[in-house]
Every structure is written in structure tokens, then in C-alpha cells.
Design a protein around this ligand. Structure first.
Ligand SMILES: Cc1cc2nc3c(=O)[nH]c(=O)nc-3n(C[C@H](O)[C@H](O)[C@H](O)COP(=O)(O)OP(=O)(O)OC[C@H]3O[C@@H](n4cnc5c(N)ncnc54)[C@H](O)[C@@H]3O)c2cc1C
Ligand SMILES: C[S@@+](CC[C@H](N)C(=O)[O-])C[C@H]1O[C@@H](n2cnc3c(N)ncnc32)[C@H](O)[C@@H]1O
Length: 677
């Protein structure tokens, strides 16, 4: 049984049903049902269109079933058509309804039309709100009615569509776009285009620009229909303009605008979110959501926060930049700016964490890197305050130690202590009064429920608890590979060990982070960090002395004996797991319905440029933010902003292309393209 929210209907003196919630009428009954006849039935050339229809069945889709008046009018025309023509045509009328009338209200509304009593009593005898969908078969007249009790966009997205399309004709009803903006969204128009047959007709009572443009953008040719002044007298729905819209679907197009699988359909904004995490990603999401007024519960499996990849003593903050402005560099440039703002804001607000923003140098310690540096200097695509080529002398002067190689200098980059940052961000989130943190809670199962909710099972000690949640966000770092819901993402783990080294007078002057094949950080609490190893698919978290030796030797091979270190100087070391993606970009957003992607976008295997209007089918309320690789400090704050924008239905801080390059569904789309058939 599903929970359906019924409509709150009142009836005007003349019996017209009225919705107080939307402040709008269901239909205008001033001239009988002439408005509905003109605007929907006749505007779609019914019944004439049936005479020439070459297929066995005619499919009408309506948005907003309401009282069923449009359906009854159509049924009546169809019965008369069949009587006159002896045609074998069948009619399938599919309607959507998010807020159905109660049976009593429906009976009261339909009592206005005694001429259709025969059909309305049959409709009423079957009318039942127990299931998500109602099908009524009027067998003797070859008509079937399906009502999908859900939001129009979602309901239409659930329809299976044959190759040539499904729908011959649309009645686009629903309260006026001004009063019901949620229904008239881009996703709805994309759905209409997905299910339409070529040359399908459409009629709607509204001439609002948003509807006209929305239809045109997805391939409908739209015209205005003028109505007789006499017909619109006292007619509220047509009162302002003596016009309505008709349209014809002209078919899918190749090329621009943005193809559907890149479109992130709007979600209904909500007030609560549950985050699974405990590292940098979850801290940033908690703060971003809390700032937008969302109530957050953060569940972490460990006793304390920042025990996973975010537990290193020191991490460098710097963007991954290439010689040219490509997808990766553009993302990390934006991410870097966002991170700096967040970390500096926190410090300004009094939150404390060890840090140093004295710059970072990528040392050109071998010929190939000197050449790379020359290309950076020549191309000059990045501003100097982001990255600049400097000489060996400048490297020595700026870093404070004798490196003796040229390098690429990022003057605003630096280092922070990641666990302290995680705790500072989480504290800032808690201080908003919106965030609760619960530790020692391991997520062990996730189950989809109806109404886009999720049933999560968490374990605390021996005890399991279950809870229904509305928005579930998985920020589970390398543990993402253990979570069934994330199995379809091509994530991998890469073990890294960082060694903490005793400082000494040769190296304690180091002012900047130095990056070579690995990195070396300035002193903090008498310790430098060097690292890190890079072992794919190795999940061992215990430290190995062989890896400390590797870190010391790697540093020496690249930069010489700059720290004068031996194995004896290792104070401690730590191994943790990076969570990586094949394209080196993180993953953020709602999880895709993989099978539906394969079904909807199958043609990409034949033509990778095929333009689809179909919006990406995504799991409502189930989000991921992971795959931060070796740059989480630089990317997590921007990614969290993206997620918060998505959940709060606000504008994204990145453009649509970048959004797709970060989205969880990019992998299945690329697989489809690669699968070439
Ligand atoms: C050796 C090494 C060096 C690095 N150096 C740098 C660097 O210099 N600069 C940089 O920017 N980045 C660096 N990184 C990367 C950076 O640390 C990560 O990108 C970042 O910390 C990832 O944060 P996260 O929140 O995604 O994951 P994590 O910090 O691993 O957090 C995941 C959290 O999820 C929780 N969790 C997982 N599963 C569950 C579950 N089922 N139930 C409840 N809780 C769960 C875990 O307890 C953990 O708290 C380095 C990483 C490593 C390993
Ligand atoms: C003007 S009435 C429709 C009248 C109806 N076609 C008739 O013949 O009686 C608009 C209907 O749209 C429904 N509606 C509003 N928003 C909706 C949405 N997002 N999805 C589906 N139905 C919606 C309302 O509950 C209402 O029943």
C-alpha cells in the first residue's frame, strides 16, 4: 500500500471544484464543458484524427487527471466515433495525478455532468487510491484508462517506450504554471519528448512563456490558438489571454541543446539529510547543507572523526594543473579557490587547525619536468598568483633550502593538518545548530522504500538499528568499495604510507611544501611528513618499515639528501587508502539507475553524438561524494557545494559540462559509447 496525498477540494456555488492549495479551479463550468472541449479535445483535432489513424491503438497522455472531465469528454467522442465508423481502433488514456480527489469529491464533481453518468459511475466503481496506479478497462468500447498517482515527470519517466514512441496526443493540464511551478519543469518537457511519437499533437490551456519555450526546446513546434471572445467570457483559466497552445512533436534532434543524460533533473527540496562518513567529504557536506538550513545527521563508524584517509598528519593543498586548461585542471582550479576561501573563513571565525599557506613548489627535478615547466611558461594559460615558473635560485630562496632545481611555484598553496580541518569544519557545522554527529555507527545495509525514502541499517557494537531517511549521502571514502549501492562505480583503492620525520637544522628552515614524485612538508610540531607510497589494490593499513625506507629514498633520488634522513629518523608512519576513479575526477551527485540508462541511451553505442532528450534516470534521495583520490583537501569544499545545491534545488556552482564530468552516471554513459554495436 502506498501513501497518496489526496487533494483538498471545495466546491464553488455553481459546483465547480476548487483547490485552495493551488488557488485554482479544476475546470471552468460557465459554459458547460466547452472550455475543456475546445482547449484539449478539439485542439488535438479529436475525433477527426481517429479517422486517419493507421495503427490499432491511439494513446493519449494527460497531466493532471483531476476530476477526469477531460477523460470523460474524450471517451464520449470515442464512443460516438466508433458507432459511426465501425473502426476497430482502441484508445489508451494515460493520466498522471499527484493529488487525487477522494472518491466522495470525485462523485460530487462528476455529478455536474449527468450526460456522462454511465461512464462516470463506471469510473467511480473502480476508483481506488490503494495502489500507485489504477487501470480501468471499458472493454465493450475498447477503452482503457491508466492513472499514475504520482508527480507527472516521475510518472511519465516510468513508462516503457517502444522505439517509435508511445504517445499520439497530449493533454497538458495541471494548475497554472504561476500557481504550480513545480510541475512545469524542464524534466517534464524532456519526458514528453521521450514518450512522444513523431508528429504527436499536444494541447494546453496555458500560453505561459516557460511552457512555450520548454516545449520548443525539446522538439515541439508550438502555435497559439485563438478563442472566440464569447467562449472566454467569465472564463478564469482563459480570462487573461484569449488564447491557448497547440504543438506538434517534430522528433529527436542531433546536437545541441544539452543531451538529456547530462541534465540533472530538479529534485523536490527537503529539510533533512543523513550523511555516512567522518572524513573531509562528509564534514564539508554537513557544513554546506547546514548553512542552507538542512537538518543533518552524520553517522561515522569510528569512535572519532577523521580516522580514514583524512587522518594524515599533514596534507598539501594545491590544484592539479596541466599545461592547458582541460577538464581536470579547470575543476581543480575552481576547487582550490573554494577550498582556500573555506579554510580561511574558518580561521577568521576562530576555528583552529595547524596550517601554512606559504606556497608550494613542484620541483622540476628531471629533464622531462624541466621541459614541462617550459611549456607552462610558454603557454601562460594560468594566472601568476595560481602557478608560475621559477628558476633554481628562486626555488632555493622561496623554499629556504638548497633544492637547486627550477620549479613551478604556487604562491597561495600550502598545507593543513587534515584531521584538525575535519574537526574544525564539523564543529562549524555543529555550531549552526543543524548538525548531529553520531560515532561508532556503521552503515551495514541500504534498502529503497517507496516515496523515495531509504531504509538504513546501522550497527553500534552488537546492536542494529533501522531508520527511514529522506536524503542519504554516502561519503565513505575507500570503504565505498564495500557498499553495494556503489558497486556500479568504477572505484579503486590505492594504499599510501606517509612517514613522519624528525626535524633537524638542515631542513627546519623549509618554508614551502616541496612536491617531487612525492612530497615533503615544512615542520609542524617538530615533524616533517614525507611520502607517499602508491600501491594499487592493497588494503593493508599496517605501517611497513620498507615503505618508510622507500619514502626516504624517493625523496633522496628526486631532491638529493635534503633532509639528511635515515630510517632512524622516522618517528611514526601511517598507511591509509585513497579512493580513486579512472578519470582522476571525483564523483558527486545522485546515483544512476544503471539498467534504465542502458535501456534509454542504447543508441549511443551506434552514435556517440546521438541527442537524447530523456533526462538521466537517477535514484531519488541517494547521493554519493567520493573518489577524492589524492586531492581531497582541494576538491571537497566545492564538491560539497555542488551536492548542497542539488539537494536544495539551487543553481550549481559549476557549469553543466563540469557537472556531468563529476556525475556518477558518466561512467555508464561512457561504457555505452565504448560498447559500439
Ligand atoms: C597517504 C595519503 C596521502 C594523501 N595526501 C594528500 C594531500 O597531500 N593532499 C590532499 O589534498 N589529499 C591527500 N590525500 C587524499 C585525502 O586524504 C583524501 O582525498 C580525503 O581525505 C578523502 O576524504 P573522504 O572523506 O572522502 O574519505 P575518508 O577520510 O577516508 O573518510 C571516510 C569516512 O567514512 C567513514 N565510513 C566509511 N564506511 C562507513 C560505514 N559503512 N558506516 C559509517 N561510516 C563509514 C569512515 O569511518 C571515514 O571516517 C592523501 C591520501 C592518502 C591515503
Ligand atoms: C486543473 S486540474 C486538472 C483537471 C483535469 N484534467 C480534469 O479534467 O478535471 C490540475 C490537476 O493537476 C494535478 N497536479 C498538480 N500538480 C501535479 C503534479 N506535479 N503531477 C501530477 N499532477 C499534478 C492537480 O492535483 C489537479 O488534479
Amino acid at each position: 500500500m502506498v501513501q497518496i496525498k489526496t487533494a483538498k477540494v471545495s466546491f464553488n456555488d455553481d459546483g465547480t471544484p476548487f483547490s485552495a492549495e493551488f488557488d485554482d479551479i479544476y475546470f471552468d463550468s460557465n459554459q458547460g464543458c466547452s472550455q475543456s472541449v475546445q482547449v484539449f479535445v478539439e485542439a488535438n483535432n479529436i475525433p477527426h484524427v481517429w479517422q486517419d489513424h493507421s495503427e490499432d491503438s491511439f494513446v493519449i497522455v494527460e497531466t493532471g487527471f483531476g476530476t477526469g472531465l477531460n477523460f470523460l469528454l474524450t471517451l464520449d467522442r470515442f464512443v460516438k466515433f466508433k458507432q459511426q465508423s465501425n473502426s476497430a481502433l482502441t484508445l489508451h488514456f494515460i493520466s498522471t495525478e499527484k493529488f487525487p480527489l477522494t472518491k466522495n469529491d470525485l462523485a460530487t464533481a462528476l455529478a455536474l455532468w449527468p450526460e456522462y453518468a454511465k461512464y462516470s459511475s463506471e469510473l467511480l466503481s473502480h476508483y481506488d487510491l490503494q495502489e500507485e496506479q489504477l487501470t480501468v478497462s471499458f472493454a465493450d468500447i475498447d477503452v482503457s484508462l491508466t492513472i499514475l498517482f504520482s508527480d507527472s515527470t516521475k510518472a511519465l519517466a516510468s513508462l516503457n517506450i517502444p522505439g517509435q514512441g508511445l504517445v499520439d496526443c497530449f493533454y497538458l493540464d495541471g494548475f497554472s504554471p504561476v500557481k504550480n511551478p513545480e510541475m512545469w519543469n524542464k524534466g517534464l518537457f524532456l519526458q514528453l519528448a521521450r514518450i512522444a511519437k513523431k508528429n504527436a499533437t499536444l494541447a494546453t490551456f496555458t500560453v505561459a512563456g516557460i511552457v512555450r519555450r520548454g516545449l520548443e526546446e525539446v522538439g515541439f513546434k508550438v502555435s497559439k490558438l485563438a478563442h472566440d471572445k464569447a467562449d472566454i467570457q467569465n472564463n478564469e483559466r482563459l480570462a487573461e489571454k484569449s488564447q491557448s497552445l497547440t504543438a506538434t512533436f517534430k522528433g529527436l534532434r542531433k546536437g545541441k541543446p544539452l543531451t538529456g543524460f547530462k541534465v540533472r533533473e530538479k529534485v523536490e527540496s527537503s529539510k533533512h539529510a543523513t550523511i555516512i562518513g567522518g572524513g573531509l567529504a562528509s564534514a564539508c557536506v554537513a557544513l554546506a547543507l547546514a548553512k542552507k538550513g538542512i537538518q543533518v545527521t552524520l553517522l561515522c563508524k569510528d569512535e572519532n572523526l577523521a580516522q580514514g584517509a583524512s587522518s594524515n598528519a599533514i596534507g598539501a593543498i594545491y590544484p592539479l594543473l596541466h599545461q592547458n586548461k582541460d577538464t581536470i585542471s579547470n575543476f581543480y582550479q575552481l576547487g582550490f579557490e573554494r577550498s582556500l576561501t573555506l579554510y580561511q573563513d574558518l580561521l577568521a571565525q576562530g576555528y583552529k587547525f595547524s596550517h601554512g599557506f606559504n606556497g608550494l613548489i613542484e620541483v622540476s627535478y628531471k629533464e622531462a619536468l624541466v621541459k614541462r615547466q617550459a611549456v607552462f611558461a610558454k603557454n601562460q594559460v594560468w594566472p601568476e598568483n595560481l602557478i608560475q615558473a621559477i628558476t633554481a635560485q628562486q626555488v632555493n630562496d622561496i623554499s629556504g633550502v638548497g633544492v637547486n632545481h627550477p620549479g613551478l611555484y604556487m604562491p597561495r598553496a600550502g598545507w593543513v593538518c587534515p584531521p584538525e580541518v575535519v574537526n574544525a569544519i564539523t564543529q562549524a557545522a555543529i555550531d549552526t545548530g543543524k548538525v548531529k554527529v553520531k560515532t561508532k555507527r556503521t552503515l551495514v545495509a541500504i534498502k529503497a522504500l517507496e516515496n523515495d525514502r531509504w531504509l538504513i541499517t546501522t550497527q553500534k557494537g552488537q546492536k542494529q538499528e533501522q531508520k527511514q531517511v529522506q536524503n542519504l549521502i554516502l561519503c565513505t571514502g575507500a570503504d565505498s568499495l564495500q557498499i553495494d549501492a556503489l558497486n556500479d562505480l568504477p572505484l579503486s583503492i590505492v594504499r599510501g604510507q606517509v612517514s613522519q620525520m624528525k626535524t633537524n637544522e638542515k631542513i627546519n628552515n623549509l618554508k614551502t611544501v616541496l612536491c617531487h614524485k612525492g612530497y615533503l612538508t615544512p615542520v609542524n610540531n617538530s615533524v616533517h611528513c614525507i611520502g607517499a607510497t602508491f600501491d594499487k589494490d592493497d588494503a593493508d593499513l599496517s605501517s611497513r618499515s620498507i615503505d618508510d625506507t622507500y619514502n626516504i629514498e624517493m625523496l633522496e633520488r628526486c631532491l638529493g639528501d635534503i633532509g639528511h634522513w635515515t630510517d632512524e629518523d622516522v618517528i611514526t608512519s601511517k598507511a591509509r587508502l585513497r579512493c580513486c576513479t579512472p578519470d582522476h575526477l571525483p564523483v558527486v551527485g545522485r546515483l544512476p539507475e544503471i539498467d534504465l540508462h542502458k535501456q534509454y541511451y542504447a543508441h549511443l553505442s551506434k552514435d556517440k553524438n546521438w541527442h537524447y532528450q530523456q533526462v538521466a534516470p537517477l535514484k531519488n534521495g541517494l547521493y554519493v561524494l567520493t573518489g577524492l583520490g589524492a586531492r581531497g583537501l582541494c576538491s571537497a569544499p566545492l564538491l560539497a557545494d555542488i551536492l548542497a545545491a542539488e539537494i536544495c534545488n539551487e543553481d550549481y556552482p559549476v557549469d553543466e559540462e563540469m557537472l556531468f564530468n563529476l556525475s556518477p552516471n558518466r561512467f555508464v554513459i561512457r561504457d555505452l559509447i565504448k560498447s559500439k554495436s
